[in-house]
Design a protein around this ligand. Structure first.
Ligand code: NAG
Ligand code: NAG
Length: 265
């Protein structure tokens, strides 16, 4: 998430000129977990739990919060919907343009796109961008048990429905059916629990992290920027998830990365 915050800062007109190059690893401002779309709900929870009351929209509760001890602030507990952030940047109309939040679902990879959050967040062609991904960006979305033993299609459907409902606004059934269809390996005669787990990891990884980041890289290149792509691949071919989990918490073995200037296509 820190990456994402940095990206938001980067496109903010206040500090953009202080930064010369950008590295985005495993995330961008276009990810559904990157922006808090309902900041007032967060404000309400913070107000309730700290006793800093006031009009939800009109009142600034910051002066009250400043008078609270640190432990009270750290004790504030948010319960965000699955796959969505709790504390995260939001479009306040000052540091972050308010049009950023209006539709995070603009998409369509068209080079002449000249509007929408994707375009806004990639509008820094005068500065180089390196963006990087690991092979699977969704290990942390599943429990250790699900990762180890896999699960059946009923459970997969439940996870995907939750993901779609929390990440998209429109055409939820169509998106759900399309994802299920596209991410089923029809060449495998039987969907065993481990196959189902793997395809679920791919949907989530592609959906919330990979495709938004690639889109951003694409738009940066299409805007005339110099763009580099890195794929951080580890233990490929080996499906040892407990190890992979350990690994994903901190690189410990050799890196196999490719730097390819993305040419925008
Ligand atoms: C799928 O697994 C769940 C437990 O995770 C179980 O309750 C359910 O009966 C299973 N469904 C099918 C169709 O096997
Ligand atoms: C991490 O790796 C250690 C061995 O290196 C292993 O004992 C442990 O179970 C692993 N943890 C997880 C969460 O897989």
């Amino acid at each position: 998430m820190a990456q994402n915050n940095i990206q938001k800062i980067f496109v903010s007109i206040f500090v953009a000129e202080l930064l010369h190059r950008v590295v985005l690893l495993s995330g961008s401002g276009l990810s559904p977990w990157a922006l808090q779309k309902d900041p007032l709900a967060v404000k309400r929870r913070v107000a309730e739990q700290t006793g800093c009351h006031g009009d939800l929209v009109e009142d600034d509760i910051a002066p009250c919060l400043r008078s609270k001890p640190l432990r009270d602030l750290l004790a504030v507990h948010l319960d965000p919907p699955r796959f969505l952030p709790g504390f995260a940047p939001f479009a306040d109309g000052a540091v972050l343009s308010s049009t950023l939040s209006t539709s995070m679902q603009d998409t369509g990879l068209v080079g002449h796109e000249r509007h929408g959050p994707g375009f806004m967040l990639s509008e820094f062609p005068d500065r180089d961008l390196l963006f990087g991904l690991t092979t699977t960006e969704s290990y942390l979305d599943l429990s250790a048990q699900d990762l180890e033993f896999g699960f059946n299609e009923t459970r997969r459907d439940r996870i995907l429905r939750t993901y779609v409902r929390n990440s998209y606004y429109f055409h939820l059934n169509e998106i759900f059916s399309t994802l299920k269809n596209e991410y089923t390996d029809w060449e495998k005669p039987v969907q065993n629990p481990l196959n189902v787990r793997d395809s679920t990891l791919e949907v989530l990884s592609d959906g919330h992290t990979v495709s938004p980041l690639i889109k951003l890289g694409y738009l940066h290149a299409a805007n005339g920027g110099r763009t580099y792509f890195m794929h951080f691949r580890h233990q490929s071919g080996e499906r040892d998830f407990p190890q992979a989990l350990n690994f994903s918490q901190g690189p410990k073995t050799s890196v196999n990365s490719d730097y390819n200037p993305a040419d925008g296509q």
